[in-house]
Design a protein around this ligand. Structure first.
Ligand SMILES: *[C@@H]1O[C@H](CO)[C@@H](O)[C@H](O)[C@H]1NC(C)=O
Ligand SMILES: *[C@@H]1O[C@H](CO)[C@@H](O)[C@H](O)[C@H]1NC(C)=O
Ligand SMILES: *[C@@H]1O[C@H](CO)[C@@H](O)[C@H](O)[C@H]1NC(C)=O
Ligand SMILES: *[C@@H]1O[C@H](CO)[C@@H](O)[C@H](O)[C@H]1NC(C)=O
Ligand SMILES: *[C@@H]1O[C@H](CO)[C@@H](O)[C@H](O)[C@H]1NC(C)=O
Ligand SMILES: *[C@@H]1O[C@H](CO)[C@@H](O)[C@H](O)[C@H]1NC(C)=O
Ligand SMILES: *[C@@H]1O[C@H](CO)[C@@H](O)[C@H](O)[C@H]1NC(C)=O
Ligand SMILES: *[C@@H]1O[C@H](CO)[C@@H](O)[C@H](O)[C@H]1NC(C)=O
Ligand SMILES: *[C@@H]1O[C@H](CO)[C@@H](O)[C@H](O)[C@H]1NC(C)=O
Ligand SMILES: *[C@@H]1O[C@H](CO)[C@@H](O)[C@H](O)[C@H]1NC(C)=O
Length: 397
């Protein structure tokens, strides 16, 4: 089969005669992996969601993609502060970050908070919500109440629950003992998920939300990017028995190629390394055995939270045209190994955000609200998926 640059000329809205024709040989024997319309989604940090809700920017940008692809990008509300979220029916504000949004120790909400975003995202948006699994007081009574309140607000738009965020960092945060491993995690995961499934609202839901399990952060092959010693990955967790395709739609991992979180990694931040295709392949290919483990468990692997540089990104790398080029390569490579969805993390004052709802002061600079370069990677891929879909249908592949 030959796919020519006609495709790309079409994308650019040019006529074929204006385009330079490049012929690319594509072997028919290549393994076939899905390139979904909604391959790109967003993950929004709970404490920063309120800022996004104050303007229409996110709705318009998501609708714009949806108008191109025919399906709105999926949205996950989760991140570190998911495990610090408490449902407090008694409080007089719908949400409050304590002591502040940066460095929040608690994010206290009422059930009304869920209603503040139940109609914000474009119609048809699939939602993923991360419950507080970190706090296990009274057998996760807080998480059980959160699950019901989220269901009441979102109904069938709520596709998946995550039980906690980055479980392999719990020991480091002292939320679990230093020895915390998959054999301790699995009975806890089963206890909370069973309580949810046995709830009357769940039994009556049509269809009920399923689960996005695991939610691990440490890259399997990069020891010095790991937060501590543990045995958590998809191979080990499925081998230890967290397998249930009727409930577990997928397993989630997180990837951040670079980081500002510590000095060692700070000095390794470089745009040329981010962009280097061989580096991207190193970062992504370590998940091939993880995809295989998820599929052997009758499920799938997704990248539930990612961006260029962890701990909020770095201006000059994360917000450049180069980062947009990186994002295209990074997303397509993941799709090619079977990671069907990639959720880019957003915070209202994070340097890696693809779009920023409100202007703010940062390191003595006034940063304006609006679109950053990597959003155009998403827009570009929106056109790719819509054209490739049409093209494959034409060829009846
Ligand atoms: C999406 O398409 C609808 C219907 O054509 C249109 O009304 C709306 O303005 C479009 N949205 C954006 C953000 O372009
Ligand atoms: C998306 O937004 C761009 C910029 O405003 C606009 O030119 C384009 O028509 C929009 N596309 C769709 C499909 O809504
Ligand atoms: C809301 O509760 C806080 C903390 O209990 C209290 O300080 C504040 O005065 C209350 N505000 C209103 C409007 O009742
Ligand atoms: C926030 O919730 C936590 C957990 O329920 C509680 O201990 C704390 O007092 C709450 N803070 C405020 C200011 O309501
Ligand atoms: C809650 O976490 C503590 C601290 O790690 C642990 O000792 C306890 O067994 C856990 N409770 C449940 C119900 O898992
Ligand atoms: C997991 O932790 C438990 C409790 O500390 C321990 O008994 C068990 O041997 C550990 N499992 C593995 C595979 O290390
Ligand atoms: C959760 O664990 C507690 C304590 O071990 C137990 O009493 C309860 O029955 C468990 N609940 C479910 C639904 O598994
Ligand atoms: C999987 O578990 C084994 C032993 O239980 C451990 O040596 C290995 O490091 C674990 N894998 C990961 C990626 O944590
Ligand atoms: C990505 O690859 C680069 C180059 O090998 C490496 O420095 C970095 O730690 C990798 N990051 C992850 C998360 O794999
Ligand atoms: C911001 O400006 C102040 C006053 O000029 C200076 O002391 C401080 O170092 C600057 N901060 C940064 C991050 O540049």
């Amino acid at each position: 089969m030959q796919i020519s640059a006609i495709l790309f000329a079409y994308l650019l809205g040019q006529t074929v005669t204006e385009a330079r024709l490049t012929v690319i040989d594509v072997p028919l024997s290549l393994p076939k992996r899905a390139l979904l319309k909604d391959v790109v989604g967003y993950s929004i940090e709970p404490t920063w969601l309120d800022d996004y809700l104050q303007t229409q920017l996110a709705t318009v940008l998501l609708e714009n993609i949806s108008n191109v692809t025919g399906k709105p990008p999926p949205i996950r509300i989760g991140g570190n502060t998911a495990d610090q979220t408490y449902l407090r029916p008694d409080q007089n504000v719908t949400s409050v970050a304590i002591p502040a949004k940066w460095g929040a120790k608690f994010f206290n909400i009422t059930a009304g908070w869920y209603h503040t975003w139940s109609n914000y995202f474009p119609t048809g948006t699939d939602l993923v919500y991360t419950l507080n699994f970190g706090n296990n007081q009274s057998l996760w009574a807080n998480a059980v109440a959160q699950a019901e309140a989220a269901h009441v607000a979102f109904g069938p738009s709520l596709k998946f629950f995550e039980l906690g965020n980055e479980i392999d960092h719990y020991a480091g945060k002292r939320w679990r003992p230093y020895s915390y491993n998959v054999s301790q995690y699995i009975p806890q995961w089963r206890n909370l998920s069973k309580q949810i499934i046995e709830s009357p609202w769940y039994q009556q839901a049509e269809p009920p939300p399923k689960f996005q399990a695991a939610v691990f952060a440490d890259p399997p092959w990069v020891p010095d990017q790991q937060s501590g010693i543990d045995d958590m990955d998809i191979i080990n967790v499925t081998r230890a028995g967290l397998v249930d395709p009727s409930m577990i739609d997928n397993y989630a991992i997180h990837i951040y190629p670079q980081s500002t979180c510590d000095t060692r990694r700070w000095y390794r931040m470089r745009l040329d390394l981010l962009l280097n295709h061989h580096v991207v392949w190193q970062n992504v290919s370590q998940f091939i055995p993880q995809v295989a483990a998820a599929e052997a468990a009758g499920s799938r692997l997704i990248n539930g939270e990612t961006n260029s540089i962890s701990c909020s990104g770095h201006s000059g790398i994360s917000d450049t045209y180069g980062a947009a080029l990186w994002a295209v390569d990074y997303i397509l490579l993941q799709a090619s190994i079977g990671i069907e969805k990639v959720y880019f993390h957003l915070g209202a004052q994070s340097e890696y955000s693809f779009f920023t709802p409100l202007s703010y002061e940062y390191k003595n600079e006034s940063l304006e609200a609006g679109i950053r370069a990597p959003y155009y990677a998403h827009y570009f891929l929106g056109h790719i998926v819509s054209v490739v879909m049409g093209y494959l249908v034409e060829l009846e592949i």
